[in-house]
Design a protein around this ligand. Sequence first.
Ligand code: UFG
Length: 376
Amino acid sequence: MTKVLLTGGAGFIGSHTGLTLLESGHQVVVVDDFSNGSAEAMRRVAELAGLGPWRQASTEHWTAADPEGGRLTLIRGDVRSPQDLDRAFTVDGGDISAVLHFAGLKAVGESMTQPLRYWDVNVTGTVRLLEAMGRHGCQTLVFSSSATLYGTTDQVPIPETAPLQPINPYGYTKAAVERLLTDVAASAPGWRIALLRYFNPVGAHPSGRIGEDPNGLPNNLFPFLCQVAAGRRRHLQVFGGDWPTPDGTGVRDYLHVMDLAEGHGRALDLLLAEPPQRLTLNLGSGRGHSVLEVVQTFEATNGLRLPYTVVARRPGDSAVSVADPREAERRMGWRTRRSLADICRDGWAWQSANPQGYRSAEKEPIGELIRAQHGS
Ligand code: UFG
C-alpha cells in the first residue's frame, strides 16, 4: 500500500482522483487551502471510499480510516508554505511515495488581471513543493498541465510534439512549470515525472455526490450549462457562431473527470514501476464536440431544454482543440471509456442533487467543515 500526497486534492480533479486512488488501495494525504476546494468534497470522498469516522489528529489535520489500512488524511495548508508542506510529508509517519500536484489557479481571464498571483501560486508553489520533496526524499511527481500550452493552433488533432505557444499568464505559468520540471529531472538521477496535459475535463462521479463547484460565475461551458439547467442562470451564451467548424461553434475535446482520474492512476503506477523518466502525455478523448452538440446531448440525455443565445466570439478562443491521445494509450494503456452522453448524465446527476454545489450540504464536522470553508 503506497502513500501519496495530493496538493489541491479537495478541488474538482483532485477529489475524483483521490477517490480513484483510495479505491485502488493507496493511502491518500491531501493538502489544500480551500481557496477553490471544499472540505465537504473530502467528507464525501471518504464516505464513497467507505472510510470514517473523521478524527482530528492535530490542529489543521484530520484523518478518516478503515480497519484494512485505508486512510485519507486532510491538511489545511498552502503549497507556498514550507511548514505546511513539511507537515504533509511527515503526517502519520511520513513515507510519501509520490506527489500529484493539482494545486494551482486556473482561470484564464483572472490570470490576465492578476498575473503576480498566478506566477506566485502556480510557479512559486511548485518551487516550494520541489524543495519539500528534496527535504523528504521523494522524487516522483505527477503534474497537472494543460492543453492551454498549445495556444490557438490550427493543428487537429494535437500531438505532444506540437509547439508550445501559450497566450495568457495562466498558460505561461503552466509552460514555466513544465520547463522547471524538465530542468529538475535533468539535474539529478532518480526523478520520475509525468506532465499530464488535460484537454477539457468535465462531468462528475456517477454517484452525483462529488462534482465541479466553481466559485462565482463559471468561466467554462460545462459548469455554466449545468447551472442553467439547474435554474441558477437564465441562459447560456454561445461564444461565436461563425467559427470554421461544421455548425459554426467552437469544438473541444471533453473528457469525463473519472477517465481523467483513472489516467492519473495509470501514470502513477507507470512512474512507480518503471525506471526514472520524464513523461509528457495528452489526456483527452481524441474526439471533438461543438458547443451546440454539447447542448443538444445534454438536453437529449437529461430530457430538458437549455435556453441559449449565440453571441460574439470570446477573445483568446480557438476554433478547434482536440487531443491526439495515442501516446497515453501506447505508454500506459489508457484511453477514455466514457461518452459525451455519460458526461452529460453524470454532470446533471451531480448538479441536480446539489444545485448550489457543496454549499447546500448539511454541515458536519471535519473541523466543522474546516471552520465553514476557511477561517470564518
Ligand atoms: N463557451 C461558450 N459559452 C460559455 C463558455 C464557453 O460558448 O459560457 C465555449 C467556448 O467558446 C469554447 C467552448 O465553449 O468554444 C469551451 O470553452 P471552455 O471555457 O469550457 O474551455 P476552454 O477550451 O476555453 O478552456 C479550457 C480550460 C483551460 C484549459 C483549456 C485547454 O478552461 O483552463 O481548456 O484547452 F487550458
